[in-house]
Design a protein around this ligand. Structure first.
Ligand code: ADP
Ligand code: MG
Length: 284
């Protein structure tokens, strides 16, 4: 698979700050991958997200070095509306930023800015709302919807612009479990059914193990680990150092291993944990 994202030696500092928010980032992401980004608060995850659609350095005009190329377009050389046709960003707290009077106007807004024809906008809006499970909500007021529905409206807004890459910054934080699950289902289908490349920032490690092909771990503006969920969640020392709790089943297995119990591979979900415990029970 070819890469849809290539980042080389990226360093970025906000104006009037001493420490860079992003440091020496080198990364290549293959088309169609589901990539999770995790890390403690302040580690640079949101800043990283802003790099994909050109918000860094155009809206946050600090000091940027290195290059970010998305779908063949260098983000330094291309305007945000050009990049928006290739990469959609659902920002942190997106649902609190819905400002239009109706869902219809909200979803149409981005496409109107891209100069998409009226009939085409209508078609895209119908498709995007159907995809996120909100057909029939066109005339509703975004502020009157549930948190999960609002987040799905925010996703429909970027989906209507038909980008190949979707970047979502903590889309389930502050949602109840049902709302979170519905939002994650939509994100998963964007990847599975539409083949979109997904970059998801999340604190929910169970979502990471369930959906991601690859996990990028950030700390103090740097990528400190990059691998499969299993390889990342097997690294007890690193995770402890940066205050990230792995999924509970992995945590239990890591603790048992520390006590000298010969755990084989670290489980990342309940099914695997049950198989491993059964194996240990028979072996001992
Ligand atoms: P995360 O999303 O992982 O919590 P952020 O990308 O928001 O991290 O922040 C990374 C670093 O950049 C932090 O030290 C934060 O204080 C700083 N930062 C974030 N936004 C700005 C800004 N607009 N101006 C100056 N510093 C910022
Ligand atoms: Mg953030």
């Amino acid at each position: 698979m070819p890469s849809i994202i290539e980042i080389k030696d990226l360093t970025f500092s906000y104006p009037h700050t001493e420490k860079p928010a992003l440091k020496n980032i080198n990364l290549s992401i293959e088309t169609g991958k589901f990539v999770a980004v995790i890390g403690p608060t302040g580690s640079g995850k949101s800043t990283f997200c802003y790099c994909f659609n050109g918000s860094v350095p155009r809206l946050f005009n600090g000091d940027m070095n290195g290059s970010v190329v998305v779908a063949g377009l260098d983000t330094y050389e291309n305007e945000i509306p050009i990049l928006a046709e290739h990469v959609g960003l659902v920002v942190q707290n997106a649902r609190s930023q819905l400002f239009n009077v109706t869902v219809r106007e909200e979803v149409a807004f981005g496409c109107e800015n891209l100069g998409v024809a009226r009939e085409e906008i209508r078609k895209r809006m119908d498709e995007a709302l159907a995809f996120v499970g909100l057909s029939g909500f066109e005339d509703r007021q975004p502020s009157a919807l549930s948190g999960g529905q609002q987040q799905r409206v925010a996703i429909a807004c970027v989906l209507a612009m038909q980008p190949e890459v979707l970047v979502l910054d903590e889309p389930t934080s502050e949602l109840d479990p049902i709302g979170s699950e519905q939002v994650m289902q939509v994100i998963s289908r964007l990847n599975d059914e539409l083949g979109k490349t997904i970059i998801l920032v999340t604190h929910d490690m169970d979502f990471v193990t369930h959906y991601a092909d690859r996990v990028i771990v950030m700390n103090e503006g740097e990528i400190v680990e990059d691998g499969t969920p299993r390889s990342v969640f097997s690294q007890a020392e690193l995770l402890r150092r940066i205050h990230i709790r792995p999924p509970q089943v992995s945590e239990v297995a890591l603790e048992l291993k520390k006590c000298g119990i010969p755990i084989g591979q670290i489980p990342i979900n309940l099914e695997e944990a049950v198989v491993e415990m059964e194996r240990l029970r028979h072996a001992h």
